[in-house]
Design a protein around this ligand. Sequence first.
Ligand code: PLP
Length: 404
Amino acid sequence: MTTASIVDNFPALRQSIGDKSLVYLDSAATTQKPQSVIDAVTRYYEHDNANIHRGVHTLSQRATQSYENARKNIASLLGANRPEEVIFVRGATEAINMIAQAWARPRLVEGDEILITEMEHHSNIVPWQIVCEQTGAILKVAPVLDDGSLDIEAYKSLLSEDTVLVSIAHVSNAIGTINPVQELCAFAKEAGATTVVDGAQACGHLQVNFQEIDCDFYAVSGHKMFGPTGIGCLLGKYEVLQEMEPWQGGGDMILSVSFEETTWNDVPFKFEAGTPNIAGAIGLGAAVQFIEGIGYETMVSHEQELLAYGRGVLENIEGVTLVGASEHNAGVLSFTVEGVHPHDVGTILDHAGVAIRTGNHCAEPLMRRFGLSATCRASLSVYNTTEDLDRLGLAVQEAIRILG
Ligand code: PLP
């Protein structure tokens, strides 16, 4: 697939907002879905709709096979050791909450420390605050430098024998910084900490290899990598998952139940209580195949070209300031416009058919770090073009002309 023809796979991109063709620059919030993913979900409901793991009838067997094939596809794309290391969840948020409640809560004691960074999404802050409240553990935060990169020296100095768990974003959703997670996890491990990587913003852009990063847990968001909403994964090292207690109780996660004693099913089913999002998992499996059809190498080079082009477009507009535009960036243009509130910029851009995100991007502490309450964020994906970024530039100039 060439980058020019990739856009043809996305039906939602073939529409107009008013009389302007849509320019979608909000992929960090959620990516558009290729036809193959939409078809996989539809096919499941039209032909194979049945519950999984329980039925002996044909439909149930087909549904089970598609669901388990999706698990295998994800394991292979993201470099898990085995499919059993992939647990289906609602998304990265649920993955992190599961680790907080099922792994951290039973293990943490008063005075233990959890280390995160200043660039985390609220999903990688609040679950740790909750578990600190429950256990008396302390949340530590590694600072971000002016260019939007992590202060690695400060991060290292915050690691100690009290650090029980480290949880870091692979890619920042608000400014796009790519963290050197393999290196950061190695430092954490030297200190004896268990490691979590929030990969919500990574898997739709970069080649992720769970084994090479060598973290204990990796959180994946399906809807940010061309899959359906309401599906994601928690990747966990098999031996760590075996030791971890279940999070939710219910059907499918048990081997046997009696009023006297209940025993748990094997990993990963121990963590998949109840009927899961079967269609979502199958759709995510199709998203994996879509990514493999393009290849991460093509995606990275296309998005890096667009990022450089987009930075050029915005830097040439007087009154526009890029925020946290670090060298290693996965395709996020976060910016402010002098004298114009980001929400007003976003509204004018919408009238011009250009969809961006404005606000604190669920990263309030990071906004505060830059002395801001909000930014405008244009986030790129493989279906974007330089024309999209020219349209962004023109629309920002229009916003300045009207409101600046
Ligand atoms: N972590 C980061 C960095 C994110 O950008 C997001 C969503 O924006 C999340 C976590 C939450 O992901 P999900 O929507 O899959 O729960």
